[in-house]
Design a protein around this ligand. Structure first.
Ligand SMILES: *[C@@H]1O[C@H](CO)[C@@H](O)[C@H](O)[C@H]1NC(C)=O
Ligand SMILES: *[C@@H]1O[C@H](CO)[C@@H](O)[C@H](O)[C@H]1NC(C)=O
Ligand SMILES: [Mn+2]
Length: 448
């Protein structure tokens, strides 16, 4: 059993590597000019070739290698993290602590605990981002982090990285919403440890399990900053991560922005830069990353300009607090999580807002492995997707049901409030969205 699990993990990591390698090859082949290839080296680590041979090839042109501070009693030093394959030999993958942690949290909690609450991560921004300057006067941010049984160190790295890498005057507060965790270390121990942040953190504990969607609304309702920044509870923000987001929203309050999400490997916890991508989805209403058009990256400013994005991944984005309320927050009839990101994306575009990815803002996110023995997640995903389809897709919901015919007669609750909201906001049609924001959806899969 253990052997199989370990194989699955390693296989999962490899699959991910291959996927991103393909994405890299594809984006470069299609969109990245020769000049870009020289300047956009961060993406080059996604080449699987290099991943295998990384130790031999890190020259001055390479991105900074990920650094990890190892906590050991006799050597207080910072040393480069070893690459995955070499490193994996030193790690006991059959220890029950590792296996139990992985099954419960979806990532390497043994390593997470040994990393502790703070570490440095590599600055993965394109060099051209370093020349960008932001006004000293920007809106303030309330960072909202919801969690349910998050691993303690990962949660604390999220908070410490925000506190350490955000200028004080921009950070109104961090709002932590505990969605009925039952882990012991998230009770009194958490209260106790939060004291180091001296009141910058508000902790809200839900009285019953609300799910991510309603938890975020609870967090937002207690926020007082100008901008809401939603973060997953297993993130590490990068340098100058917040300023680009605040600046974009200051210029246009109806602009909703996402950082580029870097990958923190679920097994090694290494921090890897992501290539510049935009958010998209297919007719199954499954979110996916999509290539960015060359004209958006090939100009003199390189891959530093806002990238128009048909959808957001959902875990991490920033939105003007009043605008969030004005456009109807989330569909509170949705459960747990899933599809709420697409519902919000469509609502933003169709009701007069805009959604962009800002490549100069980087936030690392542990890409957790999920195990299929959690039917309640699949159920919520289906239910939420149905609500989305019935409120927002107009006649195109047939495209969804064509692919998922079993769902045509499945109940989706009462959506009259959301239909009413759409009318009240005077939103455009899904046809308009297809024509103006995401023509590739129809073009790419129309025949299938
Ligand atoms: C790894 O952990 C397992 C289970 O706890 C133990 O039996 C084994 O001896 C450990 N291996 C090493 C090399 O420490
Ligand atoms: C759906 O909810 C609305 C109010 O939100 C209510 O007026 C309506 O009666 C409900 N419909 C059904 C079928 O329960
Ligand atoms: Mn996440």
């Amino acid at each position: 059993m253990r052997g199989i699990l370990i194989q699955t993990l390693l296989y999962g990591s490899l699959t991910f590597g291959i996927w991103t390698a393909l994405l890299y090859v594809f984006t470069n082949h299609n969109h990245v000019s020769n000049l870009e290839k020289k300047t956009q080296e961060p993406a080059s680590i996604w080449s699987l070739e290099k991943k295998f041979h990384r130790q031999d090839t890190h020259g001055s042109e390479e991105i900074p290698r990920p650094y990890v501070r190892f906590e050991s009693p006799d050597e207080e030093e910072t040393k480069p993290q070893k690459s995955f394959f070499k490193w994996s030999k030193d790690f006991n993958y059959s220890s029950s602590e590792f296996v139990d942690g992985f099954l419960k949290y979806g990532f390497n909690t043994v390593l997470s605990k040994s990393l502790g609450s703070e570490r440095e991560v590599p600055d993965t921004r394109n060099k051209k981002c370093f020349q960008k300057h932001y006004p000293a006067n920007l809106p303030t941010a309330s960072v909202v982090v919801c969690f349910h049984n998050e691993e303690f160190s990962a949660l604390f790295r999220t908070m410490f990285s925000v506190v350490n890498l955000t200028p004080r005057h921009f950070l109104e507060e961090i709002i932590l919403v505990d969605d009925m965790s039952d882990s012991d270390d998230l009770k009194e121990k958490l209260d106790h440890h939060l004291e180091v942040f001296r009141g910058k953190i508000k902790l809200i504990r839900n009285k019953k399990r609300e799910g991510l969607i309603r938890s975020r609304m609870i967090g937002a309702s207690r926020a007082s900053g100008d901008v809401l920044v939603f973060l997953d509870s297993h993130c590490e923000v990068n340098k100058v991560w917040l300023e680009p987001l605040l600046h974009a929203i200051a210029k246009d309050p109806k602009m909703v922005v996402c950082p580029l999400i870097d990958v923190i490997d679920s097994v090694t916890l290494e921090y890897w830069p992501s290539p510049v991508v935009r958010g998209a989805f297919n007719w199954h209403l499954q979110f996916k990353w999509d290539n960015v058009f060359s004209y958006e990256m090939d100009g003199p400013e390189g891959p530093t300009l806002p990238i128009r994005s048909p959808a957001m991944a959902g875990g991490i984005f920033a939105i003007n607090r009043h605008y969030f309320r004005e456009i109807g927050q989330y569909d509170k009839g949705m459960n747990l999580w899933g599809a709420e990101n697409l519902e919000l994306s469509l609502r933003i575009w169709m009701c007069g807002g805009q959604l962009f990815v800002l490549p100069c803002s980087r936030v690392g996110h542990i890409s957790k492995q999920r195990f299929p023995n959690q039917p309640e997640f699949a159920e919520a995903m289906t239910y939420n997707s149905l609500r989305l389809a019935h409120v927002w897709l107009d006649e195109y919901k047939e495209q969804f049901f064509l692919r998922r015919p079993g769902l045509k007669s499945v109940a989706y609750g009462n959506i009259s409030e959301r239909v009413e909201l759409r009318k009240r906001l005077g939103c455009k049609s899904f046809q308009w969205y297809l024509d103006n924001v995401f023509p590739e959806l129809e073009a790419s899969e129309g025949g299938r």
